[in-house]
Structures are given as structure tokens and as C-alpha cells.
Design a protein around this ligand. Structure first.
Ligand code: ADP
Length: 168
């Protein structure tokens, strides 16, 4: 059984992420999307909301499972009884960091290899950060995130903005 883990923040999931999930799940028997519960970052969406969004947009792919994790990706890979990490490469700017991470992970556990998938050109410029920025200024994000995610992003951003206003 070839099992792989695709870890990330997915704050929120984008069409670029979904493209990687669809392609990676066609290569392995089971793909586990690992949603990182990172205390150092302040995400827009809670980890449970991010897991829910990923479950909703991958419901059509039977061999995909979505789980949250904290700590090192390699440890999560082991816990899942998987042997690969999947990462997406958008541009050369991703490469240096991803290479360093892959080498670090392999030095921690030599049985865990990283599979890199290059993004489809039409998704190369999409990032969760850009989605949040465009949505914050009321721009159209329907080209960047799956259809069912669009209103959740606008809703969350306006909720946060209201929270801020009432704090002032
Ligand atoms: P992280 O905080 O781990 O970088 P992200 O959610 O930003 O989490 O990204 C998770 C993975 O998805 C990374 O490997 C990243 O390079 C990849 N990725 C992000 N956006 C895209 C995209 N538009 N196309 C392909 N891969 C992407």
C-alpha cells in the first residue's frame, strides 16, 4: 500500500492545492492531507475549519483522507504509516525552501522521501496569502479557490474585521 501525506497550512485551500491533491491521489493508493495546527502562525481559519473545507472539496476523491496534526511532518508521516511527503512547487522561489525541508526531513528519517509535483501553470501564482489579500479588499477570488470556499473566505474576513472594529 503506497501511502503519502500532503502537509500544509491550507488557510484556505486553493485551486492550486486541489490540483496537487487530485494529481497526487492518482499516483498513490492513499493520500492523507495533513492540516498543520501551528501555534506560531495566526491563521484566518481554525484548524477544524480548514479540515472541514478540505473534506468538502475532496469528497469526490475516495482515496483522500483529511486530518490535522501538529509537530514535525515526518512524525505525522510515520504515524500515518506512510512513506512519502507530497509538496507542490509553484516557482523557483519555492524551490530553495522546499529542497532544504526535504533534505532536513530525510536526515530526520531516511525512509521518508518527498515527492514534488509542479503546479499547473494556471495555478502557479495562487497562494492562500494572495487569496486573503484579494478578499480583504473585496476582489473576486472565484478563480483562486473552489466554489464552495468563496463565501466562507469573505464571511470569515468580514467577521474578523467586525471583531477588530468592536475592539477599538
Ligand atoms: P505551507 O505553510 O506548508 O507552505 P501551504 O498551504 O501554503 O502550506 O502550502 C502547502 C503546499 O502546497 C506547499 O508544498 C506549497 O508549495 C503547495 N502549494 C501552495 N500553493 C500552491 C499552488 N498554487 N500550486 C501548487 N502547489 C501549491
Amino acid at each position: 500500500m503506497k501511502r503519502a501525506v500532503y502537509p500544509g497550512s491550507f488557510d484556505p485551500v486553493t485551486k492550486g492545492h486541489l490540483d496537487i491533491i487530485e494529481r497526487a491521489s492518482a499516483i498513490v493508493d492513499e493520500l492523507i492531507v495533513g492540516v498543520l495546527n501551528n501555534n506560531e502562525k495566526t491563521p484566518l481559519f481554525s484548524v477544524d475549519e480548514r479540515v472541514k473545507m478540505l473534506k468538502d472539496v475532496t469528497v469526490h476523491i475516495p482515496n483522500v483522507r483529511v486530518e490535522s496534526f501538529s509537530g514535525l511532518s515526518v512524525e505525522f508521516v510515520k504515524k500515518c504509516d506512510a512513506s512519502f511527503l507530497v509538496r507542490g512547487l509553484r516557482a523557483v522561489t519555492d524551490f530553495e525552501y522546499e529542497l532544504q525541508m526535504a533534505q532536513t526531513n530525510r536526515s530526520i528519517d531516511k525512509d521518508v522521501d518527498t515527492l514534488f509535483l509542479t503546479t499547473g501553470l494556471k495555478y502557479a501564482y495562487i497562494s492562500s496569502t494572495i487569496v486573503k489579500e484579494v478578499a480583504f479588499y473585496g476582489g473576486d477570488i472565484s478563480g483562486f479557490v473552489p466554489e464552495t470556499i468563496v463565501d466562507r473566505v469573505y464571511g470569515k474576513i468580514s467577521q474578523k474585521a467586525k471583531g477588530k472594529t468592536s475592539e477599538v
